[in-house]
Design a protein around this ligand. Structure first.
Ligand code: SOE
Length: 405
């Protein structure tokens, strides 16, 4: 691959550093979020390589050019196959619906690119397995693959992980997780791709459940052994969309079509250590906008986080005298907290988009250091196996279903 030694720093950052030339497939909601991550990471963090927004790909030439101009990409392609073969792309970032993740990732790794793939890793376990095989093979050639579970990179969740690893809550007993949104409450919301099994793989389960399974396992530092689940589709027919819609807003047209995914998933799980977990993923929690809530209860303390208050982490230290123990709020805005030494003066908070900047930062470091990034494709496959076990259990009316190793 043609590999310039130094970035020209044309965008005002990174001059003299080796470039990491990114080619991104898809430019809707996630594409916009990833663009912001790539654009900002090198301006905030002192990175060992300079990410360059080289090429963005979408099927409609006019629309993709407009997206490129809006988000700061230099060039465009209308066929992802052309993008993955380009000599001036080092890393392929996949921001498409799940049905194309496997094909693009496998081709990109075979073409010698590093890969970042949005969650869930794939639509099926078989696809995810093929992606892991491709990633392992590419690793031998020095190419790296990562899946985009961005909520690991909220400073407060990263701090929670650090505190669990420092043994501040002791042996884990409970993990209680919910991811609650309400953008599907209106039955007139059209049948966009997130509601079609052939494109999205599953509904709330893959969209939101994948996040909370990953986050719960990441914070706990261990994996689920099995699950019992219920799923439901509340609204089975919806208006067809008037135009393709990538984000969470869309306009309907005359006809209707069938919703082929779950609207909500509710499941309990058992961790390998014996700790118990509960999970709820829904887009029908009226009034809840982006409420990813997680609480961990250990023998010696508890931690709690809510994405709707993402600069805060609650901590109860049960070893303190009962008279003044109790949950206290840690404002996660200080330079000692993960990622925060590079941002604003102490006390000035961050938001949703910063998780994508941190994701880009961490991946650039991994590439520069030749170190396997996390979460890996193998981590993404394991989450996929949990999702498959949830669907299996729900089909059998909540029969306990072990997670395949
Ligand atoms: C929509 O439910 C959505 O955008 C998810 O697809 C994302 O993964 C999540 O981070 C926010 O909500």
């Amino acid at each position: 691959m043609a590999q310039p030694q130094q970035s020209d720093g044309a965008d005002g950052t990174g001059a003299g550093k080796p470039p990491l030339r990114v080619g991104m497939v898809g430019y809707a909601f996630m594409g916009a979020a990833h663009s912001q991550g790539w654009r900002t990471a090198g301006r905030v963090f002192d990175l060992p390589m300079n990410p360059e927004l080289a090429v963005v790909c979408g099927r409609d030439a006019t629309a993709v050019r407009a997206a490129a101009d809006r988000h700061g990409w230099t060039d465009t392609e209308t066929d992802w196959r052309a993008l993955v073969e380009r000599d001036d792309v080092d890393l392929v970032d996949i921001c498409t619906p799940g049905d194309s993740h496997a094909e693009i990732a496998v081709a990109a790794l075979a073409a010698g690119k590093h890969v970042l793939c949005e969650k869930p890793l794939a639509n099926t376990v078989a696809e995810a397995e093929a992606m892991v095989r491709a990633a392992e093979e590419a690793r031998g050639r020095g190419r790296l693959a990562m899946v985009g579970f961005n909520y690991r990179r909220v400073p407060a969740t990263a701090l929670a992980r650090r505190m669990v690893a420092e043994d501040r809550i002791g042996a884990l007993r409970h993990v209680r997780v919910a991811y609650l949104q309400d953008w599907l409450v209106d039955p007139a919301f059209p049948l966009t791709w997130r509601l079609r099994r052939e494109q999205a793989g599953s509904g709330s389960l893959g969209d939101l459940g994948a996040h909370i399974v990953d986050l719960a396992q990441y914070l706990a530092g261990e994996r689920l052994a099995g699950v019992s689940a219920l799923t439901e589709t509340f609204v089975r027919q919806r208006p067809l969309p008037a135009a393709p819609a990538g984000g969470l807003t869309a306009v309907g047209s005359a006809g209707t079509g069938e919703v082929t995914v779950d609207d909500a998933a509710l499941f309990t799980g058992r961790f390998a250590s014996g700790a118990l977990a509960s999970f709820e993923a829904t887009r029908y929690a009226t009034g809840r906008k982006n409420a990813l809530r997680i609480e961990l209860n250990g023998e010696r303390g508890s931690l709690a986080f809510d994405l709707e208050r993402l600069n805060e982490l609650s901590y109860h230290d049960a070893t303190e005298p009962a008279a003044h123990a109790g949950f206290r709020r840690i404002l996660v805005t200080e330079p000692d907290h993960p990622y925060l030494d590079a941002w604003w003066p102490p006390g000035h908070g961050l938001g949703y988009e910063h998780t994508f900047v941190h994701q880009a930062r961490d991946l650039v470091h991994a590439v520069a250091e030749g170190r396997a990034p996390e979460p890996s494709f193998a981590d993404g496959l394991q989450v996929q196996r949990v999702l498959a076990a949830v669907e299996d259990s729900a089909r059998k009316n909540s029969v306990y279903t072990p997670i395949a190793a």
